[in-house]
Write a new protein. Structure first.
Ligand SMILES: Cc1cc2nc3c(=O)[nH]c(=O)nc-3n(C[C@H](O)[C@H](O)[C@H](O)COP(=O)(O)O)c2cc1C
Length: 384
């Protein structure tokens, strides 16, 4: 055999061996394999393309279903639903309800869709997502790119009609140029209420001008009165949650607590937190950090945990979904002990890959046992 033929054979063999090795690692849900090989290859794509690519993978359920069986210790009763485990995917990943089944296969205990706006809109100009690799963080300024209520609602009805009974939260946004922002949220509640386990009033994304002002005392009161009323009118009334920004000062946090403690403004829970517009000095990626938008991932972790603890105390223990910089079971456990009843992740998936969900669950189960807790519920708020 000539030298060049031998070389071709060798290359073929190496390719086949690596293919077989990859298949085994994917089947065995090998975390190191994803972190060392798969995610760096995915990162050759620009961040928005990589996001779209992974949504397609989940849409067509191209990854094997996680083999981990959720233990009883991880079951949580909250927001009127029984969660098989407390780890959910945060809003912004599956904005248009395309990937729910794949996310469920990955082992998530619940999926939050959105933010969804009443009318379809494109969002901001590209590029609008940036990786801060050394910080394991992301900055995004998507600006509510959404297929709109009608299309997203149709997808969720199809899921429900196919007997999918996993927990679905719908995160509601407003159109950029809406003349009636409050009306946008009310429409979302009426339309999605019958198919959602919980609804989220998102007034904390930094990429829609003026949105975050709705967290002000008077603005919040004016929003919550009609919104709470609308939620009450929906058959099978889903839980109503409010998603907050981590950049509120302590005074502003107190104002929010005062408003939601009023009977006519009572929501069923809070999601803490959205991305931050702050840029901690500790960031390594100084250049990328200058991009406008919301920062998520590791550098957000302490800020959001502190806010969970504050709001848990200020509201005398309102149920909270804790989110922001969770990369490990320990991070999730910190949020639970600060007052979160369930948690969500997003940015860490960009760096760790899909096996992260199982890793967090395994570690949470172990941490609970080490502290002598039988369930997640027993650990909620224990460090507050
Ligand atoms: C690319 C991207 C898009 C997001 N889009 C939304 C959104 O549409 N609505 C929303 O409420 N939060 C959105 N978020 C915020 C996340 O839901 C979450 O609150 C935040 O990223 C903190 O969690 P993490 O550090 O685990 O990513 C987005 C986050 C990222 C990274």
């Amino acid at each position: 055999m000539s030298f060049s033929n031998k070389l071709k054979q060798m290359v073929k063999l190496c390719g086949l061996s690596f293919g077989a090795f990859s298949a085994i690692c994917i089947y065995k849900e090998d975390t190191k394999f994803y972190k060392t090989y798969v995610m760096p290859i995915v990162h050759l794509l620009d961040p928005e393309q990589a996001h779209q690519f992974s949504v397609i993978i989940n849409k067509y359920r191209l990854l094997p279903r996680s083999k981990y069986n959720d233990p009883d210790s991880l079951k949580v009763q909250a927001f009127g639903s029984l969660f098989n485990n407390p780890v959910g995917i945060a809003a912004g990943y599956d904005k248009n309800a395309e990937a729910v089944l794949g996310l469920n296969d990955m082992g998530f205990g619940f999926v939050e869709i959105g933010s969804v706006t009443p009318l379809p809109q494109d969002g901001n100009e590209k590029p609008r997502v940036f990786r801060l690799k050394k910080d394991e963080a992301v900055i995004n300024r998507y600006g509510f790119n959404s297929d709109g209520h009608e299309i997203v609602l149709k997808r969720i009805y199809e899921l429900r009609e196919s007997n999918y009974n996993g927990i679905i939260g719908i995160n509601l946004g407003k159109n950029k140029t809406s003349p009636d922002p409050i009306g946008d949220y009310v429409k979302g509640i009426i339309r999605f209420g019958p198919v959602a386990n919980y609804l989220v009033i998102n007034i904390s994304s930094p990429n829609t001008p003026g949105l975050r002002n709705m967290q002000g005392k008077k603005e919040l009161y004016d929003l919550l009165v009609p919104v709470v009323q609308a939620a009450k009118s929906v058959p099978n009334r889903p839980a109503l949650l409010l998603k907050l920004a981590p950049d509120l000062s302590f005074e502003e946090r107190k104002d929010v607590a005062d408003v939601i403690n009023k009977k006519e403004c009572q929501v069923d829970g809070l999601i803490i937190s959205n991305t931050t517009i702050s840029r901690p000095n500790s960031l390594n990626c100084k250049e990328e950090a200058q991009q406008t938008g919301g920062l998520s991932g590791k550098p957000l972790k302490e800020l959001s945990t502190k806010m969970i603890a504050d709001m848990y105390k200020l509201t005398n223990g309102i149920p909270i979904i804790g989110v922001g910089g969770i990369c490990t079971g320990e991070d999730a456990y910190e949020k639970i002990k600060a007052g979160a009843v369930v948690v969500q992740v997003y940015t860490a998936l960009v760096y760790e890959g899909p096996t992260l969900v199982t890793e967090i669950k395994k570690s949470l189960d172990k941490l609970l046992a080490e502290d002598g807790f039988k369930t997640i519920g027993e650990a909620v708020g224990k460090s507050s």
